[in-house]
Design a protein. Structure first.
Length: 130
């Protein structure tokens, strides 16, 4: 039995959809595998839409591959705590989603094109720029 790999996509990575080979490769790998799950916090999706109009619709087309995570109170607490430390809301939402939780008991890696945003935040990162 294979281990399921979980990845959280942040706003910069969503903005890179369609033009970045590494991001596209991850999407294709998830679509072709039963062992790869991709998660998108709604705050990351909204930030991606703010940065590049049309992202919500683009992610909607990929609903079979990308699972959107709704906000909840626990996420609000994490976003508020990290926000007081100067971390952007979308990055905070990605951190919250990557931590072990009911849906992902072992936690996830944040798959990102901007890995420095997560330095010192205690989550694993997959650098999609390598």
């Amino acid at each position: 039995m294979s281990q399921i790999e979980h990845y959280v996509l942040d706003a910069p990575t969503l903005v890179a959809l369609g033009g970045d080979k590494q991001v596209s490769g991850l999407i294709h790998a998830a679509a072709a595998s039963d062992d790869v799950r991709l998660w998108v916090p709604v705050l990351c999706l909204l930030e991606a839409e703010r940065r590049r109009a049309g992202m919500v619709g683009h992610v909607g087309v990929l609903v079979d591959v990308l699972s959107v995570i709704d906000d909840d109170y626990a996420m609000a607490v994490t976003v508020a705590e990290l926000g007081r430390a100067g971390v952007a809301q979308d990055a905070s939402a990605a951190v919250h989603a990557a931590r072990p939780n009911q849906m992902i008991p072992t936690g996830a890696l944040i798959a990102t094109v901007e890995p420095r945003a997560y330095d010192g935040l205690g989550v694993g990162v997959m650098d999609l720029r390598r």
